[in-house]
Design a protein around this ligand. Structure first.
Ligand code: ZN
Ligand code: FE
Ligand code: FE
Ligand code: ZN
Length: 269
């Protein structure tokens, strides 16, 4: 019987530089260590100079400040703070993103999809569009974008892969599995990892991304798993990790990964 739970690294952390989060890397790593989370990877929203979702990301001019703030925390806690970024995939991002991702020594690049066309479907301000939407079509369009993102081969892991459930607009589980299976095939083929993101617990849906049945499909495909709180305030660091470890074990995972220089490093669960 296991008496101690060793928590995994928290590889999804935001900072005040994105304009909708609080705190800086030093604040987050201190909370992580106090909760028994041994490492953080800071992954703030990447700048997008083309104006994409401009109010929710750091300005390109602030990027050097970001790199320095992560380095400052890494000097204070050597080996326990990694430099990452959460990069959105959207059609047209390719040329800029490939240059941007080569501009810093990232440990981890999280890939995510937050927009379908001009609709930021996880923004509470646009919730009205969900009420009129064809739910299955939204999910189907979303997974098409996840496939395009994976095929780009610029991302190490897919963040919150069932994000459209955030406000409770879910598909029946068999339909979800039917739509997500081909996307997971592409993720596996691209050698990407999948994130178990606990922030959904703090949202109307009330559970982590993804759900247990999706984790099982990922496990069947031998997709490595990493853990993220998607903290937008230092106190959210490592949120729900003990429960997330149980969920991962229930899905058949006995190890997780953290990233260093964009390579997955296994860690037993
Ligand atoms: Zn955010
Ligand atoms: Fe995100
Ligand atoms: Fe995030
Ligand atoms: Zn996120």
């Amino acid at each position: 019987m296991k008496t101690t739970v060793s928590l995994p690294a928290d590889t999804h952390i935001h900072t005040a530089l994105c304009r909708h989060a609080q705190g800086m890397p030093l604040d987050y790593v201190r909370v992580a260590l106090s909760k028994g989370v041994p490492e953080i990877c800071v992954t703030d929203h990447a700048p997008a100079p083309d104006g994409y979702d401009a109010e929710n990301r750091m300005a390109l001019e602030d990027f050097p400040l970001y790199v320095e703030a992560v380095a400052e925390a890494a000097r204070a806690f050597p080996g326990q703070v990694k430099l990452g970024i959460e990069a959105d995939y959207y059609p047209g991002c390719e040329a800029y993103l490939s240059r941007f991702l080569a501009s810093a020594p990232f440990d981890l690049v999280l890939g995510s999809v937050h927009f379908i066309g001009d609709w930021g479907f996880d923004h509470p301000a646009t919730l009205g569009r969900w009420r009129e939407a064809d739910i299955r079509q939204v999910w189907s369009d979303y997974f098409d974008l996840i496939c395009r993102m994976a095929k780009m081969r610029h991302f190490d892991a897919v963040a919150h892969i069932d994000l459209p459930k955030k406000f409770g607009y879910r598909l029946p589980d068999p339909e979800l599995r039917e739509l997500i299976a081909p996307a997971l095939d592409v993720v596996a083929e691209a050698g990407m990892a999948l994130e178990l993101n606990t922030s959904g617990r703090r949202k109307p849906v009330g559970e982590s991304y993804p759900s247990l049945s999706v984790l099982r499909l990922a496990r069947e495909r031998r997709i490595p798993l990493l853990f993220g709180s998607d903290a937008h305030a230092p106190s959210e660091t490592g949120d729900g990790f003990a429960e997330a470890v149980s969920l991962a074990r229930e899905a058949g995972y006995d190890s997780t990964v953290r990233f260093e220089k964009r390579k997955p490093i296994p860690f037993p669960l």
